[in-house]
Write a protein that binds this ligand. Structure first.
Ligand code: ADP
Ligand code: MG
Length: 269
């Protein structure tokens, strides 16, 4: 593999940036309900700069996946607003009706826990599908970008492979490459290593660390607190649809302020 970033070396935040950090995402009082009884985001507000890597932690069912799916535009919201790069992206005030700016949505990539590759398409076919069919790229341009990305992720010899011929770790790396095709400004990762064997966890985490070194803004949901500590610039602990506490990984993991956070960390670490 061409990627080998040691996990015991913490990713330093923004070492060699030329431009000053800018606001990337702003959630203002966002509410998300699946039913009147089930509120998974309760007037949640959160801002993120473009040089940050947020890790979201919290109990199962606390709304972490919902938050990412909302940001990706896959779920509507019932209240509040979300801006992206300072522009209005999603507006939830119209009684649940969704107002979303697709140009901004295109700047966000997402990778899920379970490989979502299309089984009937080759690796190359998976990567170029949306760019060519939805975004009007030429096949040549998309193929060239796919080649570059796969090489970066150590998968240059898998271009023509079928998903069924790949290991779990390779599938997740292809899913990451596919999410990177349109050159997103923000990447969302929802428990992308939870279903993998330990040796494959590392290869996928190495790719994420590589993206971190390249200053990709990311929001990561993970139960792997060791990885969280290494990749995060900020950790956000959510419970019951609210942000209980957030801070730099050093502080949150070693000196949590809230009893609720301590209780959670004692269970998972
Ligand atoms: P987490 O990722 O933190 O485990 P989720 O966002 O997946 O939490 O889910 C939060 C709550 O919302 C859970 O109780 C879950 O069962 C419920 N939920 C998630 N998706 C849906 C859906 N599409 N319809 C109804 N309820 C849902
Ligand atoms: Mg989840």
């Amino acid at each position: 593999m061409s990627v080998s970033i040691a996990l015991d070396r913490p990713a330093t935040a923004a070492v060699s940036r030329t431009a000053p950090a800018q606001e990337l995402v702003r959630l203002h009082a966002v509410s998300k309900r699946y039913s009147p009884q089930l509120t998974v985001m309760d007037q949640m507000s959160l801002t993120m700069q473009d040089d940050e890597r947020l890790v979201i932690i919290g109990p199962s069912g606390s709304g972490k996946s919902s938050l990412l799916r909302v940001l990706m535009g896959l779920e509507g919201i019932q209240g509040g607003q979300i801006s992206f790069q300072g522009r209005e992206y999603i507006d939830g005030q119209a009684g649940g009706a969704r107002k979303l700016d697709p140009k901004l949505q295109r700047q966000i990539g997402m990778v899920f826990q379970h490989y979502t590759l299309f089984p009937h398409l080759s690796v190359l076919g998976n990567l170029i599908l949306a760019p060519t069919k939805v975004h009007g790229w030429s096949r040549e341009k998309a193929t060239e970008r796919a080649r570059q990305l796969l090489a970066r992720l150590g998968l240059e010899n898998k271009l023509q492979a079928w998903p069924s011929q790949l290991s779990g770790g390779q599938k997740q790396r292809v899913a990451i490459a596919r999410a990177l095709m349109l050159e997103p400004k923000l990447m969302l990762f929802d428990e992308v290593t939870s279903a993998l064997d330990p040796e494959m966890v590392i290869e996928v985490q190495n790719v994420m660390m590589q993206l971190a070194e390249q200053k990709m803004a990311m929001i990561i949901v993970t139960h792997d607190m060791h990885f969280a500590r290494h990749i995060a610039t900020r950790v956000v602990f959510c419970a019951n649809g609210r942000i209980v506490e957030q801070g730099p990984p050093e502080q949150l993991f070693t000196r949590p302020r809230e009893a609720r956070t301590r209780e959670f960390l004692e269970k998972v670490v």
